[in-house]
Ligand binder design. Structure first.
Ligand SMILES: [Mg+2]
Ligand SMILES: [Zn+2]
Length: 181
């Protein structure tokens, strides 16, 4: 992976610029954490129990949701870029069919020593989305399950929420806080 290469990204044709959004980590928030490893195929992707309902609540509240995910499995040579895009496309389509559509996703494909600007805890993916959509960071939220998610959210000026990925309702509760904010 070329260190200068940008994060992989997709934006929904329905997505529009708005005032605030919710950034969401993928592994441990939307899908079950793949242990110490990586999701290397769609067959290994398991939605967490509350993920689809949580994303549907955000969709009904008309709050754009943007996935920001480190996927160093690409930079480590474990998964091709096309394989990662396939998993993200299938996840996106499944959520769309469940009336829980995403506005966009960004994935950092780099390895830790590539020195990129997008791998969390760096805020590169969040700052790029804020610039591309015109969001107000201070009114936006980051929901993750690790300290690196919190660091990236705080560095970009978002309100951050760290959930326990083993709690089956933790994502939905965080979304309830966001919607009431
Ligand atoms: Mg995570
Ligand atoms: Zn990166």
């Amino acid at each position: 992976m070329t260190p200068g290469a940008r994060a992989l990204a997709w934006r929904s044709p329905q997505a529009s610029a708005g005032k605030a959004c919710v950034f969401i980590d993928r592994d441990g928030v939307i899908n079950e954490r793949p242990g110490d490893g990586y999701v290397l195929a769609w067959e290994e992707f398991r939605f967490r129990p509350d993920a689809i309902s949580a994303l549907r609540v955000l969709a009904e509240a008309q709050i754009p949701t943007i996935v920001v995910s480190n996927q160093s499995c690409v930079g480590r040579g474990l998964l091709k870029q096309t394989g990662l895009i396939d998993i993200m496309d299938r996840m996106t389509q499944r959520l769309e069919r469940a009336n829980a559509p995403l506005a966009a996703w960004y994935c950092c494909p780099h390895a830790p020593d590539d020195g990129c600007d997008c791998r969390k805890p760096k805020p590169g993916m969040i700052l790029r989305a804020i610039a591309e959509f015109g969001f107000d960071a201070s009114r936006s939220h980051m929901i993750g399950d690790s300290a690196t998610d919190a660091a990236a959210g705080e560095a970009s000026g978002c309100v951050t929420h760290v959930i326990d990925p083993s709690d089956p309702n933790a994502f939905l509760r965080a979304v309830d806080v966001v919607v009431r904010a």
